[in-house]
Design a protein around this ligand. Structure first.
Ligand code: AMP
Ligand code: MG
Length: 322
């Protein structure tokens, strides 16, 4: 399958959602409210989810959508101002949008895993967005548990001559590409297949509680890494591996978070972008990531993404240190 219609729609709505995020960042910086789990969420998270879901609902009404955000929070007293700002932002993209439309679009992302579904994270790396660092708008199409298409918009991703903003796109069997966010020609990207560990870069989250750094240090020593790991928020880490800027990325659950499973939207788009660029992604036991069980990767333990060449060596080192 060529997925031409899916590709055109996904690129268009992800770009629009990224523009909304940039606009919110310029006008209100990193202003955020807290979710029930105490993680931050912004006007841009909700606005971008509304834009993405509206496009998917219109073009593929039969496809369920599983997104990170839910509009329930916005019914709380004291958040009327936030709700108004979200509606105003969405109306800049879709002038006819009513307040009810916007809430319904956000909640369109409450779908369930099916034979074919979309999963999205309107802003992955919200903490990076708030800090003014990396973040990503992520959208993926899954069929029969396999990711078939993935798009990542990374508005702060560095390009040549101090320019910023890249869209990464992968379609199963068609490779991975990068396109400047403001438009231009698309270019194929590939992993760097090097396997000399002394010259390889690992990439990790900026947030230290998202992976066990103590275990990681032992793994790095066993592999003979010499370079300090690069750090980056969000799914942009997958893009860094896919274009050869880094060589592997692990998520090792901390002892206190052993039962906290990864969300499908935090990985799906990144997985296909790495795989189609020649890399490999599994969990820490070498199993494929199972995208057909629900909104969490509940049948997996941690995540490992590599350039492919070094995958089995890194897995072996992890097995010994876990
Ligand atoms: P990153 O930008 O790589 O640090 O990852 C951001 C994602 O980490 C967020 O989308 C959260 O869903 C997820 N997250 C939050 N807390 C944890 C945790 N304790 N362990 C692993 N991932 C987490
Ligand atoms: Mg996320």
């Amino acid at each position: 399958m060529s997925y031409q219609a899916e590709k055109e729609l996904a690129l268009r709505i992800v770009k629009q959602a990224a523009k909304l995020c940039q606009r919110v960042q310029q006008t209100q910086g990193g202003k955020a409210v807290k979710k029930a789990d105490t993680s931050p969420v912004t006007v841009a998270d909700f606005g971008a989810q509304a834009i993405l879901c509206q496009g998917l609902m219109e073009a593929f009404p039969d496809d369920p959508v599983i997104g990170e955000e839910d509009a329930t929070l916005l019914q709380q007293p004291g958040l009327e101002g936030v709700r108004r700002q979200i509606i105003e932002q969405v109306q800049q993209n879709i002038p006819s949008a009513t307040p009810d439309n916007v809430i319904n679009w956000i909640n369109w992302g409450n779908g369930q895993v099916a034979q074919r579904y979309w999963t999205l994270d309107p802003i992955d790396g919200t903490k990076g967005f708030i800090r003014g660092d990396q973040y990503a708008v992520a959208l993926a199409l899954v069929e029969e548990g396999e990711v078939k298409l993935g798009v990542l918009a990374c508005p702060a991703f560095p390009r040549e001559e101090a320019k910023k903003g890249v869209i990464f796109l992968a379609i199963r069997g068609q490779g991975s590409t990068e396109i400047p966010l403001e438009g231009g020609t698309s270019q194929k990207i590939n992993v760097d297949p090097s396997s000399t560990f002394e010259q390889l870069y690992r990439i990790e989250s900026v947030e230290s509680v998202h992976s066990d750094r103590q275990v990681q240090t032992a793994i790095d020593r066993r592999l003979g890494l010499t370079y300090t790991a690069k750090q980056m928020d969000s799914l942009a880490k997958y893009a860094a591996i896919a274009r050869g800027d880094a060589h592997f990325y692990t998520r090792v659950p901390l002892p206190q978070f052993q039962d906290k499973k990864e969300n499908i939207w935090d990985h799906a788009a990144g997985v296909i972008i790495v795989e189609e660029a020649g890399g490999k992604v599994t969990d820490l036991e070498g199993k494929p990531l199972y995208f057909s069980v629900g909104p969490k990767l509940s049948h997996n333990y941690g995540v490992l993404a590599t350039n492919g060449t070094i995958h089995s060596q890194v897995l072996a080192a992890i097995q010994r240190e876990k």
